[in-house]
Design a protein around this ligand. Structure first.
Ligand SMILES: Cc1cc2nc3c(=O)[nH]c(=O)nc-3n(C[C@H](O)[C@H](O)[C@H](O)COP(=O)(O)OP(=O)(O)OC[C@H]3O[C@@H](n4cnc5c(N)ncnc54)[C@H](O)[C@@H]3O)c2cc1C
Length: 464
């Protein structure tokens, strides 16, 4: 049939191979959702380019047809980022999955956007190097850059934005640019790296990334410490940071979450507010840091701290932490996960978590709290029945309470997951007039609003 979508499909087939472009229902469905509770909506077409030139040709065609483009990594985002509410073409980057160059002496690596973080770390291990950012899902580096992802190690190594030296980006008109260079520092021009990191596919498609990597630390010690109250655990973290202990990871898991961890991983951890910690360095320095940490946590009422130096035991500990979201999903069949993501100044963290726990209980919701407490970012993992409008309403109300609490204290509505569609309603409140500046940037770089419409800033296009 001669419909506009069929015409577009035929045009795409002129320069893409048969298996690089599809309107297959299963594929459309797979690309209609992310890992969140947001309502699914299918694209018209899914494409699998394998070079920047192909991405550029696809975007040029979409521009000519005024058709939306939705960049897609692995679809693990949590705020509806990849859902094509206006249909259009989803660009799946899974064929662009090569580690292109490891520049050992510069501590840099050049990758295609579809490389996942675990794939990269497997490759880097051969060189005694590692990539630090570790979101709970095994996401792609393109998706991680586009959401400014972070994870358990950001307290020491920083977030995705701190790792990006250069990006190759296909703009809305199909032009290909580089946003940075290989130099360690630069005062040249506007900082386009920072603009594109966190832009959620709304300003361009990332087709190559040059990223910082680090030497694998000589010695690593992990620990699990349980406390009487969340407040004690958070105050212990503040004291550890104030004492200048160079901690590499520090994660808080509350009692409800420890119960899920125990069930899912068949562990037998004490059901108390718990800190998972990790120290990186040389053996002599670490011995000192560990002793100091023991003293600090004991001053905050910690009665049990358990250290792991062996590689397998450490991996088991961190797998338990990383699997937490899946543990909740596994423990609540039929329910969907809503994950809150506020970040507050560290001095406000204990109060914020206490407020969140009180509100979860008051609203009769089911969920646990975990936090990247070293940088003031915490999540409430709510398990909700999305077919129950009353429960959805309570969950939304809860999200609003804690976002408002964070904003009143100088925090942000999203520490790491991004805006997508879910956090758009807080943007004006958080950014004020700066939001209009962001909208101007969006319109300057994407005047037809074909790039991931209805996400992050502007809402001109009509939701079908
Ligand atoms: C169990 C679980 C745990 C998680 N834990 C964390 C966590 O600890 N920290 C954290 O930060 N996040 C976390 N997340 C969220 C998610 O993993 C991150 O947002 C991740 O960065 C998304 O990567 P992705 O490859 O799946 O991207 P997708 O979900 O496919 O896309 C995300 C966004 O990036 C855009 N995008 C993707 N590829 C490109 C590209 N090449 N060019 C331009 N734009 C692109 C998309 O359009 C979309 O807006 C978690 C998610 C789950 C399910």
């Amino acid at each position: 049939m001669n419909t506009p979508v069929n015409n577009l499909f035929n045009e795409l087939k002129k320069f893409l191979k048969d298996d690089q472009v599809t309107m297959n229902e299963t594929q459309l469905k797979q690309h209609s959702k992310d890992e969140s509770y947001h309502k699914a909506s299918s694209p018209d077409i899914v494409v699998f380019p394998d070079s920047a030139e192909e991405v550029s040709a696809i975007v040029k065609l979409a521009d000519a047809h005024n058709t939306p483009i939705i960049p897609f990594g692995l679809g693990t985002s949590l705020e509806g980022h990849v859902i094509p509410y206006d249909r259009g073409i989803t660009i799946d980057f899974s064929l662009m999955n090569k580690v292109l160059e490891v520049r050992e002496k510069d501590f840099l690596v050049k990758v295609q956007p579809g490389v996942t973080r675990s794939q990269l770390n497997k490759e880097l291990k051969k060189y005694g190097l590692f990539f630090s950012v570790d979101p709970g899902a095994d996401a792609t580096l393109g998706g991680m850059a586009a959401t400014n992802a972070s994870g358990t190690t950001s307290v020491k190594y920083g977030v995705m934005r701190d790792q990006v030296r250069d990006l190759e980006v296909v703009l809305a008109d199909g032009e290909i640019i580089h946003t940075g260079n290989l130099a360690q520092k630069s005062s040249s021009g506007y900082n386009l790296n920072s603009l594109y990191v966190g832009s959620e596919g709304t300003l361009g498609c990332i087709t190559e990334l040059t990223l910082r990597v680090y030497g694998v630390p000589e010695h690593v010690v992990a620990a699990r410490a349980s406390f009487q109250t969340i407040d004690d655990a958070v105050e212990a973290v503040v004291s550890i940071l104030q004492a200048g202990v160079p901690i590499a990871r520090v994660e808080l898991v509350d009692e409800a979450s420890i119960e899920q961890v125990n069930q899912y991983n068949e562990t037998n951890y004490k059901v108390k507010p718990t800190l998972f910690l990790e120290f990186h360095g040389n053996e002599a320095g670490l011995n000192h840091d560990v002793e100091f940490t023991k003293e600090i946590v004991s001053d905050h009422g910690c009665k049990e701290i358990h250290f792991e130096e062996d590689n397998a035991a450490r991996n088991k500990l961190w797998d338990a932490r990383h699997n937490l979201a899946y543990a909740f999903i596994h423990g609540s069949p039929g329910k969907k996960q809503m994950v809150t993501d506020v970040c507050v100044p560290i001095s406000e963290l204990a109060g914020a978590i206490e407020h969140a726990r009180k509100k979860v209980d008051e609203l009769g919701l089911d969920g646990g709290i975990l936090g990247h407490v070293g940088d003031g970012n915490y999540h409430v993992l709510l398990m909700i029945d999305t077919s129950d409008p009353e429960e959805m309403e309570r969950a939304d109300q809860f999200n609003e309470y804690i976002v408002e609490y964070a904003l009143q204290r100088g925090g942000t509505c999203t520490g790491e997951h991004g805006v997508g569609v879910g956090k758009m309603k807080y943007q004006q409140r958080e950014h004020g007039h700066a939001l209009q500046v962001m909208e101007k940037i969006k319109l300057a770089l994407d005047p037809k609003e074909i790039l991931n419409p209805h996400k992050l800033v502007h809402k001109k296009r009509r939701i079908l």
